[in-house]
Write a protein that binds this ligand. Structure first.
Ligand code: HEM
Length: 394
């Protein structure tokens, strides 16, 4: 335990949370893996080591809770029974059930619908612009689009879609390193309400199976015994949350980076990868050692934790030329914003399609935008904007 990263990567310091990249660079120069006494875990600071942390099979995502299962609250079982927090063979079984729905072919078929929804949202932006001379891309485009898409995929009725984002926002506060007891209590309430809502919706689908993904999950639960009742709810809740949180923030961060760079966007596919790399919406993922494991010259003892810093990995000069520059046509772009290894984002093709469609359509309508006001979230793990107001500039 040579270097302590806590003073360098001080996540209680709002300035560092607002712009962690200089601290990441300093941390990377010090050591590829270092102890962080504030977080109580090891941190991987570079691309190669973060990638290795996510792929090493002795470093797992295991839900550890000391209370007996019978006394677990909803938060605990929503996580213990989710794909994100499980390991093989359970992970393999759950992943197989949902991966089919998010394969490239299936997702590609959503393209016209995503384009149509984007068009409608851009009309809302135009109306806002007309009235106020500016519009908030988060409230009017980045947030509603992925919520509408994932709700539609799962079959959440139109009238209920407004419930999803507040529940999800309350729950994800639990992933932050600087959360408060009140936020924890609010997350517990949101978990209970969200789980009860999904249970009721699944009971309804069991009566009338439809074309949606929730119906598929209900069929898997009832037909083949491959999905337990709790796993079904945990999967639906995770998809509804993971299916939009990072996309909202990825859009806002990427657009802000692009506009600040003044660069001209070229091919949409390359632009999306740079959007995800330059200011990654998910910054930190933890793993727990299931056996003593050497990584980046440090031994992580069984039971200890190590975190991959995705945003730091994605600015590593050993992999990316001029990593702080936003280059819309960067190619190759081996960022790890979607993770790596067995938990690699299952929604990657959907997220890419949503981003390419929405950023592309926004810039087609208003090729020269400028940011007039930006309000960053105070959170580190989920990095994004509350609001990002833009206006066409002349
Ligand atoms: C820009 C958008 C997105 C980003 C940056 C992102 C990023 C990630 C990352 C980094 C992981 C790995 C976590 C880990 O290793 O512990 C992950 C997993 C996951 N993501 Fe995404 N994601 C995005 C969008 C989506 C969407 C649209 C969906 C669903 C439709 C989704 C569903 C999931 C699920 C279910 C997992 C867990 C996979 C597993 O454990 O095997 N994500 N995502």
């Amino acid at each position: 335990m040579s270097v302590d990263l806590a003073p360098i990567l001080d996540l209680d310091n709002p300035e560092i949370v607002a712009n962690p990249y200089p601290a990441f660079a300093e941390a990377r120069r010090l050591a590829p893996v270092a102890w962080h006494s504030g977080l109580g875990l090891y941190v991987a600071t570079g691309h190669a080591v973060s990638n290795a942390v996510l792929r090493d099979r002795n470093l797992g995502r295991i839900f550890v809770e000391r209370t007996p299962e019978a006394e677990w609250d909803t938060f605990n079982w929503l996580h213990a029974d989710s794909i994100l927090d499980s390991e093989p063979p359970k992970h393999t079984r759950l992943r197989r059930l949902i991966a089919g729905a998010f394969g490239r072919g299936h997702v590609q078929r959503l393209q016209p619908r995503i384009a149509e929804l984007t068009g409608k949202l851009l009309d809302d932006c135009a109306a806002e612009l007309e009235q106020r001379g500016r519009f908030d891309v988060i409230a009017h485009l980045a947030e509603p689009l992925p919520v509408l898409v994932i709700a539609e995929l799962l079959g959440v009725p139109d009238a209920d879609r407004h419930l999803l984002r507040p529940w999800s926002q309350a729950i994800v506060r639990m992933y932050e390193v600087n959360r408060t007891p009140q936020e924890e209590a609010e997350a517990q309430v949101a978990c209970r309400e969200f789980a009860a809502y999904v249970e009721a919706l699944a009971a309804d689908r069991a009566q009338h199976l439809g074309e949606d993904l929730l119906s598929d999950l209900v069929a898997a639960r009832d037909g083949t015994d491959k999905l337990s009742p709790r796993e079904l709810v945990a999967t639906a809740v995770l998809l509804l949350n993971a299916g939009h949180e990072a996309s909202v923030n990825g859009f806002g961060n990427g657009l802000a980076s692009l506009l600040a760079s003044g660069a001209t966007p070229g091919a949409p596919d390359l632009l999306v990868e740079e959007v995800l790399r330059h200011d990654s919406p998910l910054q930190l993922f933890e793993r727990t050692a299931t056996a003593d494991t050497e990584i980046g010259g440090v031994t992580i003892e069984k039971g200890q934790k190590i975190a991959a810093l995705l945003g730091a990995a994605n600015r590593d000069p050993a992999v990316f030329e001029a990593p702080d520059e936003f280059r819309p046509d960067r190619d190759p772009n081996p960022h790890i914003a979607f993770g790596a290894g067995i938990h690699f984002c299952v929604g990657g093709p959907l997220a890419r399609l949503e981003l390419a469609t929405s950023v592309g359509a926004l810039l087609d309508r208003w090729p020269a935008l400028e940011v007039v006001a930006a309000d960053r979230r105070e959170t580190f793990v989920l990095r994004g904007f509350h609001s990002l107001e833009v206006t066409p500039h002349h």
